[in-house]
Design a protein around this ligand. Structure first.
Ligand code: GAL
Length: 683
C-alpha cells in the first residue's frame, strides 16, 4: 500500500493517476452556507484531496462516549458529490476541555514539574491511560462510521506527533520509562553500566529510584537524557500504532501521520527513521524559515530527507503554506511565484502532491494570520490566482505520479541518535550544530547540481559513489561496521569532526589501554589520530593551508596513514591536519577537522566528486537553478526550478509539460520560472 493507492483515486474516470492537490479543510470553523462556496472554489482550483477532522474532537464527541457525526456526514457527502477525495483524520490530536478537566492527570508535565493546562492544543501525555483509552474509542467510532464512505481514500492519524506536548516528565511517563528501560537493559546492572553511573555517585539500586531527566542542579546524566528521548519517541509511536491498528482492522485505505520535517521542526522528539517503517505512506509538513535567504535550499534538504524516510518511494507533502505563517518572529509573505516553485521543488524531490495548511484562512483563533489557499481577501488576490495556477500545473504534470528520484550518486548520513547525542549538554562547544553542518554539505552539492539522498549509517550504501557523514557524533557498532565495509569495498567517504566519537550509550569510543585518538570509530579508516579538541572562540576563524579558513572547531593531532590536504595554519593547532585523505581497502576516506566556509566546502566537494566520478543530472547548471530527475518505467522527467532572477538555458530534449511545447536541445527557463520536461533520449 502506498501513495499510488491515493493518486490512482484522485482523478476522474479515465485518468490513471493525479498528483494530490488541496489542504487541511476545517469547515467546522464556518457556517454551513460557506461550505458550498468552499467546494465550488475547490473545483475551480482543481483541488482533489482535503484533510478533514484533524482538530474536531470537541465537536465530534461533546461528552464522553457521545458522538455527533451529523455535520461531518454532511461535509463528506458534499465533498464526495463534488469529486473531492478525503484524507480523514481520527481527530485525536487535541483532547477537548471536558476531557482534560475530567482527567487532569492526562495533562503533560515539563522537566520543571509544571503541569500544562489545556486551552491550546495537544494537551496530553502519551503515557496517560485515560488519553489512550479515549483516543482509541474515538478512532473506533470514526472508523465504524466512515470506513466505507466513498469520499475517503486515506487516513490521517493524529497530527504532528510530538508538536507542543513532548517530552512529558510526569509520573505516568516515569512509570512507563522504567518499563522501557527494563526491556532495554534487562537488569539494573546493565542500566548502571550503560548510564555510566559510577560517575557522580549515580548508581541505582532499585528501578523505583529511576526518574525522567527532570530539572536538577546541573547536567543530568547524558545517557539518561538520550534514553528518555528514545523512550519518548517510542511512547508516541505506541499511540500511533494503537490508533493505526484500529483503522487497519476496518479499512484498506493507507494510514499515515504527518511528520514535522523542516529545519526548525527537524529537532523534534521523534525518531522519524523508525516511525517511517510504520507508515503506509510517508507524509511531511514543511514550512520555510522566512528570514532565510536560501530557504529553497533548506527545502531541498528536507525533501531529500523525507524521501529517505520514505525509502525512495513517492511521499506526500501534507502541509506547506501559500504565503506567510503566523509563528515566526517576522512572518514574511512569499514573493510572487515562490509558492509554486516551493510546491514543485517538493514534487521534484519525490512528493506525489502538494497540500497546504489550510484551505480557507481562519477568522478566529491563534492561526488567523496564517496564509491559506483562500485568503481573507478572497479570490481577487495574488495567492488565489497562484493557487489556481498551481492546480493547473499539477494537473498538466500528473504523469509524473508514481515515478521516483532514482540514481542519486551521493548519500549524506543523518542518524537520529547522532543528532540527539550531539545536542546533549556539557559538550566541547555550544557552537557545534549537526543540522547546520549537514546543511553546509548539502548546500555544496545543491550548488553543484548534484542530487543527494539522505540515509542512515546502517543503510545499504553500496550503490553510492560518495558518502558524507557530517557530525555523525554517535555511531552504533553496526553503523560503524557498515561504513567501514563501504569504504573497504571501494566507496569514497567524507567524515567531519565530531563524528564517531561515542557509542550507542554515549560513551567515548576509545581504547583505555592503547589510546589511539579521535575520532574513535573512524580513526583507522581515516588514517588520523587526533588528540585534543580546540573549539574556537565565538566568531573566530582559523587559517588553513588550503580550502580557505575554518570556524567553530579545530583539533590538535596527526595523520597515521593519511595524506594531508590542508593543515591548520594559525592558532594553537597550527601544523595539525585539517583536511586529509586516506586510502583504505579499495576506497578513499577524507577527514575534515573544522567547519569550512561555503567556498571551501564547494572546492573540496568539487575535487572529491571529480575523483569519485559524481556528475550532475545535466552539465553546467547555472547558479541557483535546481535540476532533479524523476523516472518511471523507462521514462524520465526533468524538473527545472529557476530560483535566480535571470533566464537559464539548459541542454534538454523532450516535451515541456507546463507549456506543452517541444524542447529541442536548449530549453530556456525564465528567471523565477519552472519547467517540467518529459525527456526524449538522454539529458
Ligand atoms: C502545523 C500544524 C497545522 C498548523 C500549521 C501552521 O505544524 O500541523 O495544524 O498549525 O503548522 O503552520
Amino acid at each position: 500500500m502506498s501513495m499510488d493507492y491515493v493518486t490512482s483515486r484522485l482523478g476522474s474516470a479515465g485518468e490513471e493517476q493525479r498528483l494530490a492537490f488541496g489542504g487541511d479543510y476545517n469547515p467546522e470553523q464556518w457556517p454551513e452556507e460557506i461550505w458550498h462556496q468552499d467546494v465550488a472554489l475547490m473545483r475551480e482550483a482543481g483541488v482533489n484531496l482535503v484533510s478533514v477532522g484533524i482538530f474536531s474532537w470537541a465537536l465530534l464527541e461533546p461528552s464522553e462516549g457521545v458522538y455527533e457525526f451529523g455535520w461531518l456526514d454532511r461535509v463528506l457527502d458534499l465533498l464526495h458529490g463534488n469529486g473531492i477525495r478525503v484524507d480523514l483524520a481520527n481527530a485525536t490530536a487535541s483532547p477537548p476541555p471536558w476531557f482534560s478537566s475530567k482527567y487532569p492527570a492526562s495533562l503533560p508535565v515539563t522537566a520543571d514539574g509544571v503541569r500544562h493546562s489545556y486551552g491550546s492544543r495537544q494537551a496530553f501525555s502519551a503515557n496517560s491511560p485515560e488519553y489512550r483509552r479515549a483516543a482509541a474509542a474515538l478512532t473506533q467510532a470514526i472508523v465504524d462510521r466512515y470506513a466505507g464512505h466513498p469520499a475517503v481514500v486515506m487516513w490521517h492519524v493524529h497530527n504532528e506527533y510530538g508538536c507542543h506536548n513532548q517530552p512529558d516528565f510526569g509520573d505516568y511517563s516515569a512509570a512507563a520509562f522504567r518499563l522501557w528501560l527494563q526491556r532495554r537493559y534487562g537488569t539494573l546492572e546493565g542500566l548502571n553500566q550503560a548510564w555510566g553511573t559510577a560517575f557522580w555517585s549515580q548508581h541505582y539500586y532499585s528501578w523505583e529510584e529511576i526518574l525522567p531527566p527532570r530539572t536538577s542542579g546541573t547536567w543530568v546524566n547524558p545517557t539518561q537524557q538520550l534514553d528518555f528521548a528514545r523512550f519518548s519517541s517510542d511512547a508516541l509511536l505506541e499511540c500511533y500504532r494503537a490508533e493505526a491498528a484500529i483503522i487497519r482492522a476496518a479499512s484498506q485505505h493507507p494510514v499515515t501521520t504527518n511528520f514535522m520535517g523542516s529545519s526548525m521542526g527537524l529537532n523534534t522528539p521523534i525518531d522519524y527513521w523508525r516511525w517511517s517503517q510504520e507508515m503506509d505512506l510517508v507524509s511531511n509538513d514543511h514550512y520555510l524559515v522566512a528570514e532565510d535567504l536560501r530557504s529553497f535550499q533548506e527545502l531541498a534538504l528536507v525533501a531529500d530527507l523525507v524521501r529517505g524516510f520514505a525509502n525512495n518511494k513517492p511521499w506526500l507533502l501534507m502541509e506547506h503554506s501559500t504565503s506567510a505563517v503566523n509563528w515566526q518572529p517576522r512572518n514574511i509573505a512569499k514573493a510572487p511565484g515562490e509558492m509554486i516553485r516551493n510546491s514543485l521543488q517538493h514534487v521534484a524531490r519525490g512528493a506525489d502532491g502538494a497540500l497546504f495548511f489550510q484551505w480557507r484562512a481562519s477568522r478566529a483563533g491563534a492561526e488567523k494570520y496564517h496564509s491559506a489557499m483562500l485568503p481573507h481577501a478572497g479570490t481577487d488576490t495574488k495567492v488565489w490566482r497562484e493557487v489556481v495556477q498551481l492546480g493547473g500545473i499539477l494537473k498538466k504534470i500528473s504523469e509524473v505520479a508514481g515515478s521516483t528520484v532514482d540514481g542519486a550518486q551521493v548519500a549524506i548520513l543523518h542518524d537520529t541518535d547522532a543528532r540527539w547525542g550531539s545536542e546533549l549538554d556539557s559538550h566541547p562547544s555550544s557552537d557545534t550544530d549537526i543540522l547546520a553542518e549537514t546543511r553546509r554539505w548539502h548546500d555544496a552539492f545543491y550548488r553543484a547540481g548534484i542530487t543527494t539522498d539522505i540515509r542512515q549509517s546502517t543503510d545499504d550504501l553500496s550503490g553510492y559513489k560518495l558518502v558524507v557523514a557530517p557530525m555523525l557524533y554517535l555511531v552504533t557498532d553496526e553503523g560503524a561496521a557498515n561504513i567501514e565495509g563501504y569504504v573497504n569495498a571501494g566507496g569514497h567517504l567524507v567524515v567531519t569532526y565530531l563524528s564517531g566519537i561515542v557509542d550507542a550509550n554515549d560513551h567515548i569510543r576509545m581504547d583505555p589501554l592503547e589510546g589511539g585518538g579521535y575520532p574513535g570509530a573512524f580513526a583507522g579508516i581515516l588514517g588520523v589520530a587526533m588528540e585534543e579538541f580546540h573549539p574556537l572562540r565565538a566568531g573566530a576563524t582559523v587559517e588553513l593551508s588550503a580550502y580557505g579558513s575554518g570556524t567553530i572547531w579545530s583539533e590538535l593531532g596527526r595523520t597515521t596513514t593519511a595524506e594531508t590536504l590542508a593543515s591548520f595554519a594559525s592558532g594553537a593547532t597550527a601544523g595539525s591536519p585539517a583536511v586529509t585523505r586516506n586510502s583504505y581497502g579499495k576506497g578513499l576516506a577524507y577527514y575534515v577537522a573544522t567547519t569550512l566556509g561555503g567556498d571551501g566546502v564547494s572546492e573540496l566537494v568539487g575535487s572529491i566528486c571529480a575523483s569519485a566520478g559524481v556528475n550532475p543530472a545535466v552539465p553546467d547548471i547555472p547558479a541557483d537553478v535546481e535540476v532533479v530527475k524523476r523516472s518511471k518505467d523507462g521514462t524520465s522527467w526533468l524538473f527545472i526550478i529557476n530560483h535566480s532572477g535571470t533566464e537559464a538555458a539548459l541542454p534538454v530534449r523532450g516535451t515541456e509539460l507546463i507549456s506543452g511545447t517541444a524542447a529541442t536541445g536548449r530549453l530556456r527557463v525564465p528567471g523565477s520560472g519552472v519547467a517540467v520536461v518529459r525527456l526524449s533520449g538522454t539529458a
